[in-house]
Design a protein around this ligand. Sequence first.
Ligand code: DQA
Length: 144
Amino acid sequence: MRILVIHGPNLNLLGKREPEIYGSTTIDEINTLLKKEAKTLGADVEFSQSNSEGEIVNTIQEAMGSVDGIVINPAAYTHTSVAIRDAIASTGIPTVEVHISNIFKREDFRKKSFISGVSIGVVSGLGIDSYLLGLRGMVSYLKK
Ligand code: DQA
Protein backbone atom coordinates (compact mmCIF):
# COMPACT_ATOMS: atom_id res chain seq x y z
CA MET A 1 0.00 0.00 0.00
CA ARG A 2 1.46 3.33 -1.11
CA ILE A 3 0.50 6.61 0.51
CA LEU A 4 1.58 10.00 -0.78
CA VAL A 5 1.83 12.83 1.76
CA ILE A 6 1.54 16.28 0.18
CA HIS A 7 2.55 19.40 2.08
CA GLY A 8 1.27 22.67 0.63
CA PRO A 9 2.69 26.20 0.58
CA ASN A 10 4.84 27.58 3.41
CA LEU A 11 4.95 24.23 5.19
CA ASN A 12 8.62 24.03 4.22
CA LEU A 13 9.03 26.72 6.91
CA LEU A 14 7.52 24.62 9.70
CA GLY A 15 9.60 24.93 12.83
CA LYS A 16 10.35 28.59 12.12
CA ARG A 17 6.95 29.73 10.90
CA GLU A 18 4.56 31.17 13.54
CA PRO A 19 5.56 28.52 16.12
CA GLU A 20 2.79 29.67 18.47
CA ILE A 21 0.31 28.36 15.88
CA TYR A 22 2.21 25.59 14.09
CA GLY A 23 4.67 24.42 16.78
CA SER A 24 8.40 23.85 16.51
CA THR A 25 8.54 20.56 14.60
CA THR A 26 10.11 20.81 11.15
CA ILE A 27 8.72 19.22 7.99
CA ASP A 28 11.63 16.74 7.94
CA GLU A 29 10.83 15.70 11.51
CA ILE A 30 7.14 15.24 10.60
CA ASN A 31 8.14 13.11 7.61
CA THR A 32 10.41 10.97 9.81
CA LEU A 33 7.54 10.39 12.26
CA LEU A 34 5.20 9.53 9.37
CA LYS A 35 7.72 7.09 7.94
CA LYS A 36 7.96 5.33 11.31
CA GLU A 37 4.16 5.23 11.68
CA ALA A 38 3.77 3.92 8.11
CA LYS A 39 6.21 1.10 8.85
CA THR A 40 4.16 0.10 11.90
CA LEU A 41 1.02 0.16 9.76
CA GLY A 42 2.62 -1.85 6.96
CA ALA A 43 2.39 0.96 4.40
CA ASP A 44 4.92 2.71 2.17
CA VAL A 45 4.94 6.48 2.36
CA GLU A 46 6.39 9.13 0.07
CA PHE A 47 6.50 12.88 0.44
CA SER A 48 6.07 16.01 -1.62
CA GLN A 49 6.08 19.71 -0.72
CA SER A 50 5.32 22.60 -3.04
CA ASN A 51 4.55 26.27 -2.78
CA SER A 52 2.92 26.19 -6.20
CA GLU A 53 -0.71 25.26 -6.89
CA GLY A 54 0.01 23.92 -10.40
CA GLU A 55 2.81 21.71 -9.12
CA ILE A 56 0.47 20.21 -6.53
CA VAL A 57 -2.11 19.54 -9.26
CA ASN A 58 0.62 17.83 -11.35
CA THR A 59 1.75 15.76 -8.35
CA ILE A 60 -1.82 14.53 -7.75
CA GLN A 61 -2.30 13.70 -11.44
CA GLU A 62 1.05 11.87 -11.61
CA ALA A 63 0.07 9.81 -8.54
CA MET A 64 -2.75 8.19 -10.51
CA GLY A 65 -2.15 4.47 -10.86
CA SER A 66 0.88 4.39 -8.56
CA VAL A 67 -0.50 5.62 -5.24
CA ASP A 68 -3.38 4.13 -3.22
CA GLY A 69 -4.13 7.13 -1.03
CA ILE A 70 -3.16 10.74 -0.38
CA VAL A 71 -2.76 12.59 2.91
CA ILE A 72 -2.69 16.29 2.10
CA ASN A 73 -2.18 19.46 4.08
CA PRO A 74 -3.18 21.94 1.35
CA ALA A 75 -2.23 24.83 3.68
CA ALA A 76 -3.43 28.19 2.27
CA TYR A 77 -4.75 26.51 -0.91
CA THR A 78 -7.35 24.80 1.30
CA HIS A 79 -9.29 28.02 1.24
CA THR A 80 -8.85 28.99 -2.41
CA SER A 81 -8.09 26.09 -4.71
CA VAL A 82 -10.77 24.72 -7.00
CA ALA A 83 -7.88 23.29 -9.08
CA ILE A 84 -6.58 21.05 -6.26
CA ARG A 85 -10.13 20.01 -5.39
CA ASP A 86 -10.77 19.08 -9.03
CA ALA A 87 -7.46 17.15 -9.24
CA ILE A 88 -8.50 15.02 -6.26
CA ALA A 89 -11.99 14.48 -7.68
CA SER A 90 -10.68 13.78 -11.21
CA THR A 91 -8.11 11.19 -10.17
CA GLY A 92 -10.44 9.53 -7.67
CA ILE A 93 -7.51 8.84 -5.33
CA PRO A 94 -8.88 8.51 -1.77
CA THR A 95 -7.66 11.57 0.14
CA VAL A 96 -7.52 12.66 3.77
CA GLU A 97 -7.18 16.40 4.51
CA VAL A 98 -5.09 17.39 7.52
CA HIS A 99 -4.29 20.66 9.30
CA ILE A 100 -1.96 21.33 12.19
CA SER A 101 -4.17 24.13 13.53
CA ASN A 102 -7.94 24.01 14.03
CA ILE A 103 -9.06 25.94 10.94
CA PHE A 104 -12.59 26.27 12.37
CA LYS A 105 -11.32 28.19 15.38
CA ARG A 106 -9.37 30.80 13.42
CA GLU A 107 -10.13 33.66 11.00
CA ASP A 108 -13.39 33.34 9.05
CA PHE A 109 -11.56 32.95 5.71
CA ARG A 110 -9.94 29.74 7.02
CA LYS A 111 -13.26 28.15 7.97
CA LYS A 112 -14.06 27.31 4.35
CA SER A 113 -12.25 24.37 2.74
CA PHE A 114 -12.51 23.59 -0.96
CA ILE A 115 -10.86 20.23 -0.24
CA SER A 116 -13.11 18.74 2.48
CA GLY A 117 -15.94 17.96 0.04
CA VAL A 118 -13.71 15.61 -1.96
CA SER A 119 -11.93 14.08 1.05
CA ILE A 120 -12.90 10.92 2.86
CA GLY A 121 -12.13 12.69 6.16
CA VAL A 122 -10.53 15.72 7.78
CA VAL A 123 -8.23 15.99 10.82
CA SER A 124 -7.68 19.54 12.06
CA GLY A 125 -6.22 21.10 15.19
CA LEU A 126 -4.24 18.28 16.75
CA GLY A 127 -0.80 19.64 15.88
CA ILE A 128 1.49 17.18 14.15
CA ASP A 129 -0.74 14.37 15.42
CA SER A 130 -3.19 15.50 12.70
CA TYR A 131 -0.76 14.05 10.14
CA LEU A 132 -0.24 10.82 12.09
CA LEU A 133 -3.97 10.32 12.65
CA GLY A 134 -4.67 11.21 9.04
CA LEU A 135 -2.21 8.54 7.90
CA ARG A 136 -3.73 5.98 10.27
CA GLY A 137 -7.24 6.81 9.00
CA MET A 138 -6.10 6.56 5.39
CA VAL A 139 -4.51 3.11 5.89
CA SER A 140 -7.53 1.86 7.84
CA TYR A 141 -9.86 3.07 5.05
CA LEU A 142 -7.76 1.32 2.40
CA LYS A 143 -7.62 -1.94 4.35
CA LYS A 144 -11.44 -2.16 4.48
C1 DQA B 1 -2.84 25.01 7.83
C2 DQA B 1 -3.98 26.01 8.04
C3 DQA B 1 -4.11 26.96 6.88
O1 DQA B 1 -5.16 27.88 7.10
C4 DQA B 1 -2.83 27.74 6.68
O2 DQA B 1 -2.92 28.56 5.55
C5 DQA B 1 -1.62 26.88 6.64
C6 DQA B 1 -1.53 25.70 7.50
C7 DQA B 1 -2.59 24.11 9.06
O3 DQA B 1 -1.92 23.10 8.91
O4 DQA B 1 -3.04 24.44 10.16
O5 DQA B 1 -0.66 27.18 5.95
O6 DQA B 1 -3.19 24.16 6.74
